[in-house]
Design a protein around this ligand. Structure first.
Ligand code: IPD
Ligand code: CA
Ligand code: CA
Length: 276
């Protein structure tokens, strides 16, 4: 097991150098607002080459289309650049994230942020580390005392229900960040900088490593109704475990259409222009 994580760390560091060297290059559109850069492709090519050399029998699922040995017992999930929109705009929040799953259960994972020189890594049952030092989730006990984060995918925004959740949580907590990198959001829950993160519309490579980090750092991960996390289920709630039940309760109210803060109660935008 140790070998897998060490190998993944070496590969992610190399991919991080590729991304650093590609900063400032042009991007293309995959969909209306969905970007891809030469950096995504170069990083993915390198990661797949290295994984194939080192673990030829392992499966690979990578965001930009890299696939191999799909029925293998051990399968890598690869996001060669998570936070592409940030990367393309020079907004400094992006990373490389790799995870290894055995028969669907993530057993090792990492999130590497080359700009901040931060490596978040975990193996199942062996704890989680930030640059080699053990890391732990926060101690916030209530939503009221929490700093949260969420995300809004670039694809199919008109179908995304998250604004309802965003609004309620923004009213009830210390604030909701929206950084644009799901893997870093999860890593920040794991190291206690954030108390919880949730998102609808994720892919398995966005959350495979980060959810293991959170669990190994003492937190909880689940679906939105407290069901077991489904890596292919497209959504996740990850938190410090202490605020989990309260978040699940609030989410169930929102799903049922019961809002603690009523959105139609918002003043019209024009109101801001006339208040004293
Ligand atoms: C995206 C980022 C973003 C999240 C999207 C992801 P990408 O990944 O993690 O924060 O909101 O859902 O698709 O496309 O930059 O690798
Ligand atoms: Ca991603
Ligand atoms: Ca990506």
């Amino acid at each position: 097991m140790e070998n897998y994580l060490d190998a993944a760390i070496a590969i992610a560091r190399e991919a991080g150098q590729v991304l650093m060297a590609h900063r400032g290059v042009d991007f293309e559109l995959k969909g209306d607002y969905d970007l891809v850069t030469a950096a995504d492709r170069a990083s993915e090519q390198l990661i797949i080459k290295r994984l194939r050399e080192r673990f030829p029998s392992h499966g690979i699922v990578a965001e930009e289309g890299g696939r191999a040995e799909m029925d293998a017992e051990l399968r890598w999930y690869v996001d060669p650049l998570d936070g592409t929109t940030n990367f393309a705009h020079g907004f400094p929040m992006w990373n490389v994230t790799l995870a290894l799953a055995r028969r669907g259960e993530v057993i090792a994972g990492l999130v590497y942020d080359p700009l901040n020189r931060e490596l978040f890594a975990a193996e199942r049952g062996a704890g989680a580390r930030l640059n080699g030092a053990p890391m732990h989730v926060s101690k916030a006990k209530t939503i009221n005392d929490s700093l949260l984060s969420t995300g809004f995918p670039s694809r199919k925004r008109h179908q995304n229900v998250n604004i309802h959740f965003y609004y309620q949580l923004a009213m009830l907590s210390h604030g909701v960040r929206r950084g644009g990198s799901a893997a870093i959001d999860l890593a920040y829950v794991a190291c206690g900088r954030l108390d919880a993160f949730w998102e609808f519309g994720l892919n398995p490579w966005d959350m495979a490593a980060g959810t293991l980090l959170v669990e190994e750092a003492g937190g909880r991960v689940s679906g939105m109704r407290d069901e077991a996390l489904d890596l292919h289920g497209r959504y996740v709630l990850a938190d410090n475990a202490l605020v989990h039940d309260e978040l699940i309760e609030l989410f169930s109210e929102i799903f049922a259409g019961r809002y603690r803060h009523d959105m139609p109660g918002l003043p019209a935008p024009e109101w801001e222009m006339h208040r004293g």
